[in-house]
Design a protein around this ligand. Structure first.
Ligand code: NAD
Ligand code: IPM
Ligand code: MN
Length: 361
């Protein structure tokens, strides 16, 4: 079968990690008899340099017409690169937000799984992670603070700015359903995270999630305040199954979740909506500090490609083959520098991709 994939390498380490994910996909294609056809699309800083804007209409159209989208990362040194002297809606990250919104990808899944082999790379004490953990952050992706009205202005000689955090019940209901559906296929526990002791959107969030839970009597629902959740994630990550939360909280908690798995270079992500078309990208950014040095961990991107096989193409066996290959390479003690621990074998970005592809072959 033929699958059309829009590929957005983006900025910084983006092109390096995308190269490895394509290597792995091509190996899957050869082994299982699929054809993955790539159309390269510009987004982020590279698009600004080439076209003046972070995402052209044409680029968005190409993404819309494809079967799925694979993304590296966008952005540069915030505050340092010239891209950040542009108005906010013309900067690299605006391209990503326009893409998510344009494709109506409101459900962002970020699975945090501690590979047994990476326990030494996890910053938490042994007794905390002895039982391991396996949870997923289900993050609302097209609402909240990211898309509310905002302004920077001056009044009476005082510089001011505001951002608006708004949700309606439909936006909350549809992501809550995703959370419960996913929990049903896992350990049947949803922890809904909010700040209902202070903000109104969170109070509405809590009510609507509770209403949705009535349709899922087999799934246990709990609520947790976001500050407590940030603490619980390092105190006892094993308590979580599905963490269901709004856009900004999910952004922050998923970076925290990534570090307890060993590195941000391990955390994959899938952004989905009501169709099969999804956007698959690592949870991390363009890492300008290590770009071009063959140091970046490509595993988050490779695991995101595995999610693409599973969610957009229904290729479960192929997705599992990629995940197993990653685990085997870790078992053979190969590590990129971000997950390196004593006695393990250091490899670069390209070699890590080669090793994973080799395990699939
Ligand atoms: P970042 O995730 O790019 O980097 C944070 C730290 O993690 C850095 O030290 C980096 O070297 C390291 N790191 C990240 N990915 C890694 C990998 N695969 N392997 C090894 N180490 C890795 O976050 P930042 O530095 O805050 O942001 C840099 C730029 O990326 C900014 O412009 C930001 O807006 C952008 N960004 C983009 C996305 C995206 O495209 N989805 C996500 C987050 C940040
Ligand atoms: C992420 C990133 C993005 C976000 C930025 C780059 C817009 O941090 O994917 O986690 O905040 O969603
Ligand atoms: Mn983020």
């Amino acid at each position: 079968m033929k699958y059309n994939i829009a590929v957005i390498p983006g900025d910084g380490i983006g092109p390096e990690i995308i190269r490895e994910a394509k290597k792995v996909l091509d190996t899957v294609g050869k082994k299982y008899g699929h054809q993955f056809c790539y159309t390269e699309v510009l987004m982020g800083g590279v698009s600004i340099d080439a076209t003046g804007v972070p995402l052209t209409e044409e680029a968005l159209e190409t993404a819309k017409k494809s079967d799925s989208v694979l993304l590296g990362a966008v952005g540069g040194h915030v505050g340092q690169s010239n891209w950040y002297s542009l108005p906010p809606n013309q900067r690299p990250e605006a391209g990503l937000l326009q893409l998510r919104k344009g494709l109506e990808l409101f459900a962002n899944l970020r699975p945090a799984l501690l590979f047994e082999e990476l326990k030494a790379a996890c910053p938490l004490r042994d007794e905390i992670i002895r039982e391991g953990f396996d949870f997923v952050v289900v993050r609302e992706l097209t609402g909240g603070l990211y898309f509310g009205e905002r302004k920077t202005y001056e009044e009476n000689g005082l510089r001011k700015a505001y951002d608006t955090l708004a949700y309606d019940e439909e936006e909350i209901r549809r992501i809550a359903k995703w959370g419960f559906e996913i929990a049903r296929k896992r350990k049947k526990k949803v922890c809904s995270v909010d700040k209902a002791n202070v903000i109104d959107t969170s109070r509405l969030w809590r009510q609507v999630v509770k209403e949705v839970s009535a349709d899922y009597p087999d799934v246990e629902l709990s609520d947790m305040l976001v500050d407590n959740c940030a603490m619980q994630l390092v105190k006892n990550p094993g308590q979580f199954d599905v963490i269901l939360t709004e856009n900004m909280f999910g952004d922050i908690l998923s970076d925290e979740a990534s570090m307890v798995t060993g590195s941000i270079g391990m955390l994959s992500s899938a952004s989905l909506g009501n169709s099969k078309l999804g956007l698959y990208e690592p949870s991390h950014g363009s890492a300008p500090d290590i770009a071009g040095q063959n140091k970046a961990n490509p595993i988050a991107t490779i695991l995101s490609a595995a999610m693409m096989l599973r969610y957009s193409f229904d290729l479960e066996e192929e997705a599992a083959a990629v995940e197993t290959a990653v685990q085997k390479v870790l078992k053979k003690e190969y590590r990129t520098v971000d997950i390196l621990s004593e006695g393990k074998k250091l490899v670069g970005t390209d070699k890590m991709g080669d090793l994973i592809a080799e395990e699939i072959r």
